[in-house]
Write a new protein. Structure first.
Length: 123
């Protein structure tokens, strides 16, 4: 995978968001071992300390935990994963609404656009 970072958001948060999305979507399964700090840092071409900070944040969200001698694993707690999924949905929805408001759409217009887009993609 090729990592592309946004200069407007700290890299560690982008790594947190990416891994949260992978966990929430089920691409990384509950109980699955996460790549090591060095492996993730190498894949993303970032400093290992940045990855360490991101993984510590994931632990704070309880999306992963550390087994002292064998690495980090995704939580098996489906409620925590569901909460992360909801948090991501809220974040992306807020971002979408903010952008639509910036270009001049009101909430009623946005609802119409979503309905039209959904209808057009179902055809």
């Amino acid at each position: 995978m090729r990592w592309v970072f946004d200069n407007n958001l700290p890299i560690y948060l982008q790594i947190v968001n990416y891994l949260s999305m992978e966990i929430a979507s089920g691409k990384i399964q509950p109980g699955e071992k996460l790549p090591s700090v060095r492996d993730l840092a190498s894949q993303a071409s970032v400093n290992p300390n940045t990855v360490q900070k991101a993984l510590a944040e994931l632990e704070r969200y309880e999306l992963c935990y550390t087994e002292r001698t064998s690495g980090r694993y995704v939580t098996c707690n489906v409620e925590v994963i569901a909460s992360a999924r909801s948090r991501l949905a809220d974040m992306y929805t807020k971002d979408y609404l903010d952008r639509m408001h910036m270009i001049g759409y009101c909430d009623e217009d946005i609802v119409g656009i979503i309905g039209n887009t959904r209808n057009n993609t179902e055809e």
